[in-house]
Design a protein around this ligand. Structure first.
Ligand SMILES: Nc1ncnc2c1ncn2[C@@H]1O[C@H](COP(=O)(O)OP(=O)(O)O)[C@@H](O)[C@H]1O
Ligand SMILES: [Mg+2]
Length: 261
């Protein structure tokens, strides 16, 4: 299900955006949130987007993932231009190629853990037994014990709930996992758990684009993009995460200081 990591030299662009603009109008005032922004994401890459609150990080993530449409500009997923898609085709693109996690887990409290995952999985694959098997494999892989499948979300801790949300996002083996502040509501230990999962998926080839304002979370990424005034101001290449890399944290801190974070 998960592709082996590609050689960095042969990595191809999976998602790119050119001259992306997003403008909101609040009454008579036009707010330019994204201003001719350009971005390119390589297959298998773990990219983090940082920037101060209100700088447009979520807006960018939603435009890139087809959850929202840019005001101007083009977005390419592989060779296909998303702006030409109808709403229906865009929904199918999200269903087939994107996984999402947010600060809130958005699990359905009236369904079991397994059913929460199956609802997403069965949209793409009608083979109930195969989807159930994959769901159970993923739950074990993220360290959730046998027996959790039939529990309800309210019976789990916040950290366990978020891990279920990650499994739900991964059930269709998305080409890209989009994460908007996924550790924002978690304590330190649960943050580590979720970050370990993301690192594990990425080291097995998963493309991840994550918005965060947490240095500990950002440190996991291979590349940090810093957003300011609607454009990507600068980028830091950190390379693949290794827990023992003591210089990594300082490099990231220095970069953020330079950005005026
Ligand atoms: N639907 C909307 N209508 C009007 N303004 C919006 C809307 N969504 C976001 N904004 C504005 O766009 C700016 C960037 O928002 P957002 O992308 O959520 O920032 P971030 O995720 O970096 O904190 C904010 O000033 C916000 O108020
Ligand atoms: Mg946001």
């Amino acid at each position: 299900m998960i592709l082996p990591r590609k050689d960095k030299d042969t990595m191809k662009t999976i998602l790119s955006a050119k001259d992306l603009c997003k403008t909101y109008s609040n009454g008579s005032v036009m707010q330019h949130i994204l201003k001719n922004l350009n971005i390119s994401i390589a297959e298998g890459e773990f990219t983090v987007i940082m920037g101060s609150s209100g700088s447009g990080k979520s807006t960018l993530l939603y435009a890139l993932s087809g959850m929202d449409r840019p005001s101007l500009g083009t977005i390419y997923f592989e060779e296909q231009e998303l702006s030409h898609y109808s709403n229906n085709k865009l929904a199918i693109f999200r269903r087939d190629h994107c996984g999402f996690i947010f600060q809130q887990n958005y699990l359905n409290d009236t369904m079991s853990v397994l059913d929460n995952i199956l609802v997403s999985g069965l949209l793409v694959d009608k083979d109930y037994r195969a989807v159930t098997r994959r769901a159970k494999e993923l739950l074990r892989r993220v360290g959730l014990d046998e027996g959790i499948d039939h529990k309800f979300p309210t019976q789990l801790s916040g950290g366990e709930q978020q891990r279920v949300a990650v499994v739900r996002a991964m059930i269709n083996a998305p080409a890209i996992l989009f994460a908007d502040e996924p550790t924002g509501a978690l304590n330190s230990q649960n943050t580590d758990h979720v970050l370990d999962m993301l690192t594990d998926f990425n080291q097995n080839g998963q493309t991840i684009i994550m918005v965060t304002h947490d240095i500990k979370s950002a440190r996991r990424a291979e590349r940090i993009l810093y957003l300011r005034d609607g454009v990507i101001l600068s980028e830091l290449k950190l390379g693949q995460y290794a827990p023992e890399d003591s210089k990594r944290h300082q490099r990231l801190k220095d970069f953020l200081t330079e950005m005026g974070w």
